[in-house]
Design a protein around this ligand. Structure first.
Ligand code: PEP
Ligand code: MG
Length: 584
């Protein structure tokens, strides 16, 4: 009998094939007492398990073709680094000694403590690190158990071309193995839209639906399955007509994908001749390479938080090395480095946030540039590293969460100090390195005339600007319906910023997620935006819409809508914009 299950739509694409139920990799962890004489043996057993886990990860990373699955290799390498984390190792060994318990249980206790810290973090990206710690701990625990349980995918078929793997959860290593074997699609019971399984399946091009509760009990081995990764649904045991329909959709999707690739070297110019610059948001080396592969005009947002997520804050030389290696990969394209955007809601062990956690409303607290201007030693290290990278003349520096003119002046004065230090050391830098501000605070948007006089460029961060303008937390699903780019107040705010920037001759980019959603592209064009920065995976789709848009017609629609946003009850603003366009 046919039935449909729903989950998170994380990696688009249609997959059709037979179900393979992957064996559950869940472990039962129990607590056992050990005698004082057994403590050293237990610690020895624990260290051996860590070693074996490390060897297994390195072996998987070696087997992966990094030109295809570099994100998987990077994540596995970060897991290897985590295994070497002396803090976790020491506290687990201390726990064994103190509580006289087995290593599995000691690790479990450490895991729970670490996870409770991660749960209090609101930022999705950083919260994902909690998932990494779980996967690493699970691996070590499996190595402490019996051999067979710790071999990944011992019984999975070698060729998975027409197979959809249904699992409880998948680690990056397991996903990489499935990819190598040509898996058609994946379904998991656990895993949210921001999990690594989501990011990896999307970057590897594997259609996936995650978070399908009960999938493993409702589906049977060899069931026929259709997976629609764009809609986040799976259809079990479909009838012939549904199967035919989806085969047709799959063919069209493949055709669409090929036609996108052919756009790589075509200009991003609208039907009526408006030229657009398309940049990418990227930080990992794979994203930098992907940006070049899709023909991005440079990196419009290089987030630097990842440098601060382990151990202690990176020193000047470490940071410089990261920036220079990014520039080398970019091969002459420009790099907009955003200074640290950590604070109350985005936490890391590298910085002592103990006082900041007490903030009642962390999103309105001491984050980003506010934090950097409080801890100027931390900030100066980053400014010196950015300045030194700017000697290549390809670097722009971008400040997050700017609210006032005073903040910009303080940043400029610290930059002068940093330059003086570099002069003393005889180290070169770009004397004219452009300084930009992110417009994410509504009051800053409305004060753009004043702020703009002090800046060389601006970048509108819609992820934050929308949450503050609409008083709707960007990560809270319960108010997601309020988080709306088409709200007339938001549209007017954006129009104001972009118009004033044009009057000031101030280059303006939009770099929030809303810039990379092709459904919004015509709205941005109607608002007068000429510089987009987005995830490289979205760039060609956005370019396609630009090339099929008459900007003049879109502007007329927006003008009429702004006079009375409630005039058309039947269609939304985005629909009206689409309706105004000539059919392709
Ligand atoms: C934004 O707020 O739109 C943005 C790009 O910054 P982040 O998502 O890193 O806060
Ligand atoms: Mg932001």
């Amino acid at each position: 009998m046919s039935f449909t299950l729903e989950g998170h739509a994380v990696a688009p694409g249609i997959a059709i094939g037979r179900v393979h139920l992957a064996e559950s990799n869940e472990l039962e962890i129990g607590e056992h007492r050990i005698g004082e004489d057994d403590v050293e043996n237990e610690i020895h057993r624990y260290r051996n398990a860590v070693r074996a886990a490390r060897e297994q990860l390195l072996e998987i990373a070696n087997r992966i073709d990094s030109s295809v699955a570099a994100p998987a290799v990077e994540i596995i390498e970060s897991h290897v680094l985590m295994l070497g984390d002396s803090k976790i190792r020491q506290s687990t060994e201390d726990h064994i000694r103190r509580e006289l318990c087995n290593a599995e249980w000691a690790l479990q206790s450490q895991l729970e403590q670490i996870l409770s810290e991660f749960r209090s973090i609101e930022d999705d990206y950083i919260r994902t690190r909690g998932e990494d710690v779980t996967q690493v701990v699970r691996l070590v625990q499996s190595k402490l158990g019996d051999e067979a349980a710790s071999a990944p995918f011992e019984n999975i078929p070698d060729r998975l071309a027409d197979t959809l793997v249904v699992a409880m959860d998948l680690t990056p290593g397991e996903l990489a193995i499935l990819h190598q074997r040509g898996v058609a699609g994946i379904v998991t019971e656990h895993g949210g839209p921001h999990s690594h399984t989501a990011i990896l399946s999307s970057s590897l091009g594997i259609p996936a639906v995650l978070g399908v509760h009960g999938a493993r009990s409702m589906l049977k081995e060899n069931d026929m399955l259709i997976l629609d990764g764009g809609l986040g649904i799976i259809l079990a045991d479909p009838d012939q007509a549904t199967l035919d329909h989806y085969q047709e959709v799959r063919k069209e999707a493949e055709h669409f994908r090929r036609s996108l690739i052919s756009l790589r070297n075509r200009p991003a110019v609208s039907l009526d001749g408006v030229e657009i610059s398309l940049q990418a948001n990227a930080e990992r080396s794979e994203e930098l390479k992907q940006s070049l592969a899709v023909g991005a005009d440079g990196i419009g947002l290089y987030r630097t938080e990842f440098l601060y997520l382990q151990g202690s804050p990176p020193d000047e030389e470490d940071q410089l090395a990261e920036y220079l290696s990014a520039l080398e990969l970019l091969n002459g394209a420009s790099l907009t480095i955003r200074t640290l955007d950590l604070g109350a809601d985005k936490s890391t062990d590298a910085i002592d946030f103990s006082q900041l956690r007490r903030a009642a409303n962390p999103a309105l607290g001491l984050r980003a540039i506010r934090l950097c201007l409080r801890d100027t030693a931390l900030f100066m290290t980053q400014l010196r590293a950015i300045l030194r990278a700017s000697a290549t003349e390809k670097v722009r520096c971008l400040i997050p969460m700017i609210t006032s003119v005073q903040e910009i002046r303080m940043v400029r004065s610290l930059l002068e100090e940093a330059k003086a230090e570099l002069d003393q050391r005889n180290q070169p830098y770009d004397k004219h390195m452009p300084l930009g501000g992110m417009i994410e605070v509504p009051a800053a948007a409305l004060a753009i005339d004043d702020l703009g006089q002090e800046l060389d460029f601006i970048s509108v961060g819609t992820n934050d600007l929308l949450q503050y303008a609409l008083a709707a937390d960007r990560g809270d699903e319960q108010v997601a319906h309020l988080y709306d780019l088409q709200h007339p107040g938001v549209v007017r705010l954006l129009r104001y910023v972009l118009r004033e920037a044009e009057t000031l001759d101030l280059p303006a980019t939009v770099c929030g997620e809303a810039a990379g959603d092709p459904r919004n592209t015509r709205l941005w064009l109607a608002l007068g935006l000429c510089n987009f920065s987005m995830h490289p995976g979205r760039l060609l789709e956005v370019k396609r819409v630009i090339r099929e848009t008459d900007v003049g017609a879109a502007r007329e629609v927006l003008k009429a809508w702004l006079k009375d946003p409630t005039l058309s009850r039947a269609s939304s603003l985005l629909e009206l914009l689409d309706q105004s366009q000539p059919s392709p």
